[in-house]
Design a protein around this ligand. Sequence first.
Ligand code: CP3
Length: 346
Amino acid sequence: MKAGKPVIAALGRQTTPQVPIWLMRQAGRYLPEYRAVRARAKSFLELCFTPELAVEVTLQPIRRFPLDAAIIFSDILVVPHALGQSVRFEEGQGPLLEPIRSAAELRNLSLGRLAETLAPVATAIAAVRRELPEHVALFGFAGAPWTVASYMVEGSGGSEFATVKGWAYREPESFALLIELLVDATGAYLLRQVEAGAEILQIFDSWAGMLSPAALERWALQPTAEIVRRVKARHPDVPIVVFPRGVGASYARYAAECGCDGLSLDSTVAPEWAAATLQPRVAVQGNLDPLALVTGGGAMREEVTRILGRLGGGPFVFNLGHGILPQTPPEHVAALCELVHDWKRR
Ligand code: CP3
């Protein structure tokens, strides 16, 4: 009998001989071969929308390391771009968007060209599926409405979220229109990714931890749960992982209400708490501090062993608590894969 893919098995609560591992942002600037391809593309968005290049950088970490999943190379901000907003990525500055600040400006956005603009991502997904080793699963992904709306309204990262929160508090009815537009766009985009060949989906809510509990429920958890329902209505068997970064004890609300198969944990979540509170309901993924991976050696080994000791019994997929940092030595990634795969369940 053919063995299944370990990440899919773990998200389906089956035990696997080894703990599976993949890493958020596993394709990226810490790899010299990524920087070489990046230098050939005119812009970051061109890299995302040229299937040949997107396929190449998706496969780079898979060729180098014994990872159990690939994640299609793209970005969460391709959705605002496809809705008609101006999105640029400046070297060293991160993303820059022409901000949307009112209900009137929402009228400049439309779902009309979404499928056409994002078609190259589907083409790249189909091509990656043909190239992956048999045991390696392919993740599709998108940003959650709250995190994507934050970039759309603030216009860049690194802000204090005063503008986007101000809008949500002052005029919740019109802010809800933006969130609903993103639920529609993201739901359709994720369905398209599954139809192209994505086997698992991850929804990134990187800024969920900025919200009060009531705002979290309304602007982050419920919109994400609605996207999960829409995907599951058509494809009930596709596992979905949600990453509500920084929400602390509210991870338990996600486990109870979100309808997802897995929760990706940031590095502040205590593994023993996650084992007692979350794992009985959902699979968990995480949560090595990306700076422990940069450091490597004994400090990394200690952290990894602690996480595996608490969560490794399953259902569990090893990952970082946030994306790989550009200064990460690639050899440390190889050492991490070996540590995780060699760890034995007791
Ligand atoms: O390997 C993979 O994980 C797939 C590719 C991927 C990228 N971005 C490529 C990328 C994924 C899954 C993302 C998700 C993403 N993008 C998130 C959610 C996860 C998280 O990190 O919180 C967010 C918030 C973004 C928005 C974004 N894109 C920012 C803030 C930046 C600039 C900061 C940075 O890390 O550079 C980007 C640019 C970006 N997206 C790069 C890559 C490889 C670097 C740009 C470059 O190569 O010039």
